[in-house]
Each structure stands twice: as C-alpha cells, then as structure tokens.
Design a protein around this ligand. Sequence first.
Ligand SMILES: Nc1ncnc2c1ncn2[C@@H]1O[C@H](COP(=O)(O)OP(=O)(O)OP(=O)(O)O)[C@@H](O)[C@H]1O
Length: 540
Amino acid sequence: MENSKLSSALFAGTHFNRKRFAADFERFHQGPTPSPAAPCAPSPEKKRKRKSGKAKAKKNQKKRAEAAIASSSDAVEGFNVFKGLTGKDDELRSEKVDTGKDEDSVAVRRRKEMEREIERAAVLRKRFDIHIAGQNVPAPLESFEELISRYGCDSYLVGNLSKLGFHEPTPIQRQAIPILLSGRECFACAPTGSGKTLAFLLPLLMKIKPGSKGGVKAVILCPTRELAAQTVRECKKLAKGRKYYIKLMTKDLSKSGNFKDMHCDILVSTPLRLDHAVKKRDLDLNSVEYLVLDESDKLFELGFVEVIDSVVEACSNPSIIRSLFSATLPDSIEALARTIMHDAIRIIVGRKNSASSLIKQKLIFAGTERGKLLALRQSFQESLNPPVLIFVQSKERAKELYKELAFDDVRADVIHADLNEQQRQDAVDNLRAGKSWVLIATEVIARGMDFKGVNCVINYDFPESAAAYIHRIGRSGRAGRSGEAITFFTEEDKPFLRNIANVLVSSGCEVPSWIMALPKLKRKKHRVDRDPISTIPDED
Ligand SMILES: Nc1ncnc2c1ncn2[C@@H]1O[C@H](COP(=O)(O)OP(=O)(O)OP(=O)(O)O)[C@@H](O)[C@H]1O
C-alpha cells in the first residue's frame, strides 16, 4: 500500500494537528494533501456532536497534559534509557536562580527527587529490557500493588490478578499500563506470549466505569474471530465482580443487532463485522474513548486498511486514546502510526521483530513434499509430545494432511476458514481440553491464540514471511514456559531460508553456516505452489 493512500486512510476522521506535525506530514505524504476531514460532508447532527466533542477534547487534553507531568518521572527520548534530565531540568535550574534561599533548597530537593525517580525508572527499564521513545514517559510499574498506590486502582482488580495467578507484571505490562493510564497513546511491540492482552485490558477496566450509559466506551479490534472471542473471555475473567458489559461482535449481532438499545462498555470485534454494524445497523461509536488495534500489523496487512480507516473515522471522539499492539511492528506501520497518533510513545520489549527466546527453533531439510510427510511421521513415531500445532499454507492442504494423519494413530483435528464458527471454536476447545493432540491449522490461528502449554509448533509448510514465522512459532513458549519449533523446508523454500534463519540467529538458536551464506532476499513474501500432500506414489 502506498504511503499516501494509507496515511490518507488513517487520517480520515482523526483529530490531526497539521501545524504541529508539519515536518512529519511532509515526509510521509508525497501526493496532494489529503483532507483530514471525513470523505463525505458531516450531517448537522454530526457537527453538533463534534463541537461538543472538541470542547470535551480540550478539557481532556489539559487533563492529559497535567497527568503526564504528574506521572512522568523521566523525560527519556529514543533508546537512551540513561539520558539525563531534559526540559524540566532547565526549568528547575532557572527556578533556583530566581528564588530566595528557602525556595532554593526546595527546588534542589525536588530536583534530587526527580533525578532519583528517573534513575529508578531507567534501572527498571534496563532490567526488563524495555526500550522507549517519546517525551515524558511514565515510569514502569514495580509491582501490580503499585496500581493501587499510584493510580487508585480498585482493589477487586488487583485481587482478580492474583486469583488468575498473575503476581508480577510482565515487562510490556510494566510499561504499557502506566502509559495508557496517563492518557497517552502508544504502539507496543513485545514478544509473543508476553502478556500484551492484559497490558491493554487492565487500563480499560481501570478507566471505564462498569455499566455506564451513553454508548460504547472501548473498542478492541482483532484480526480473527477466534482471537476476538479469546479477548472477550480474558476481559471477563479480569473484570469478574463488576458488572461490565463486555461484548463480542458475532455475525448475528453485526447483521441484526439493535445497537440503539444495546448496553456495551467494551466491544471486541474483527474489522469487517464492526464496519458492517456501523454502516448497516447504525452502530454509533462517537463515545468510544479507547481504541485498541491488537495484532496491528496484521490488521493493516490484511487488505483491511479501508475498513480500519472507516472504523477509525467512526470513533470520532477527538480525545480518543489509540494504541497498537503486536509482536511484530514493521517500520512502515510504525512510521505511519507516528504521523497520526498524538504524541505517541513507542515501547519495545527485547529486540524488535524477534521470536521469543523461550522457543528452541530447528530447521529441517525435507527435500520434497513427500519427504515432509515422511519426516512428520518419523518425528511422531520417535516422540509425540502433545499438544502440537502444525501449520500449513492453505485450507486445501490442511484437509489433505488431516486425511493422511487420520490413518495414523494420532488424535488430530483441523481448523481452517471453510469451517463454520462453531466448528472452528470446537477445534480450538478440543486442543485446549486435551481431546485432540495435534491441531492442523492455517494462518487463522497463527496470531494471538493462547493455547496453554503447546509443546511444539511444526511449520509443515514454510511460512510466507519472517513475521508469519514469529507469530506461528509463538503459539508455544508462552507465559514463561519453554517450547519447540520445527520448520521443514524443501528445495523450493531455499531462496527464502535466510530470512527465517536470521530470526533464529537473533534469538540465539544455531543455524548451519551454509544457510547464513545464502543471499539475502529483498522480496518479503514467499508462497510456493506445492504438490498435494499424499502418500499415493507418483506415476513416474
Ligand atoms: N503478569 C502475568 N503473569 C503470568 N502470566 C501472565 C501474565 N500476564 C499474562 N499472562 C499469561 O500469559 C499468556 C500470554 O499472554 P497473551 O496472550 O496476552 O500474550 P501476547 O503477548 O498477547 O501474545 P501474542 O503476541 O501471541 O498475541 C496468557 O496465558 C496469559 O494468561
């Protein structure tokens, strides 16, 4: 997608301060200046809502600025976590010169306190491998209890965390939660299975009053229905004890919901279903205060940009807080996100776009398609350590492999886009409950799905990109557990091998030197026409 098209799509309906971001805007927009206004003229009703929205936004902006100052214990820019004081430093220095002796010592005390806070935040970030870019970044959390002392979090929520077995925040939670609670926008990149879901759910539950009237308060967009359903489940567990209306946008709701009478605090949906509800069923998203794009790079990649744009436009509250979360954040998405978000903070945990270090990764040369089937059977005979996930590149191939494994003594199940919603959910549930040992899957469950204790991911078909690889293998090695990932490759996959090998190397796994000597491929996507999966011998 061209930069100009995407930025125009993303700008629509947003409150964008062009003067302030003039330089960035010049950089990212090469064509004629897109209108930041909605593509069609707003109705008088819309205008009225926007007007009152703007007044509210001004008030909220002031509040946000105050909160940012109050909560910021440092002013770190870029990746230099030990950078010293910036603007505030000068302020304090001049304060010292202008005032009398008592005030002078107060200023010195304040300054020292601030320096200590900055240092503490920097030490925490270094310890948890958190890298940030942005102004006045709130300090990371030391513990969940700090949510009570620092942000007045309701103790039921901290109690729920403890009941769910979450005793310490993960690195992304330590940094993203204070940022969102301070009313700042962010884009966050942290490894698969590192607790990003809680990092955006917790601030929503702290900020939104349960059962509030006046429309939807938060929208979470996910690329697949399964992930949306999982996010609703997680949110309900976390909110237990409070009467939140947490809704999943199902097919039926999207097609025939009566949204005027619907109570909803938090709405989780895939982009298409939400867009349908907005356009065909008059779902009003003007009151949305938080918009989360989970697996954000996938949302943009799916060819959904227009749909995302339409949803962003529908969420017209000018003081909305947007956040993007993913384990992979391509530079192009990050650059565009910077131009549309208000003073957004970037958070990266560990190395950007890398696999979880908890996964032992292996590349296996299988020669041909037949070779892959033999290698799979052999590895099952040697050791089958369920649950195992097997990824293939298409639904046809998922059905073929399922048929083959049906002959073996392996409890296998399959999930792909041809199955209906219930069948897909059953396949996921069966693996979770241990009823099936092996789940053959297409890309539909590669993103975000949290299966407890998946021991091994097998890339039967080579993934089409490094990002796809990172997300697929990230279904194992979650929440501190270790996992294994095996990737078969054939002659046809060799040209793309180096891209995946780089991911292995950057997470500390061994790769034969001949693979690292292969030329780097500029092309980002790799999709091969493969022979069908079958044990019936070829005729020649
Ligand atoms: N603070 C915590 N302590 C222990 N476990 C946690 C904590 N936070 C989250 N988890 C658990 O970690 C697992 C992974 O979390 P989650 O699904 O949010 O990962 P993610 O970072 O979104 O991964 P992905 O990139 O694959 O979507 C879940 O089972 C979740 O319950």
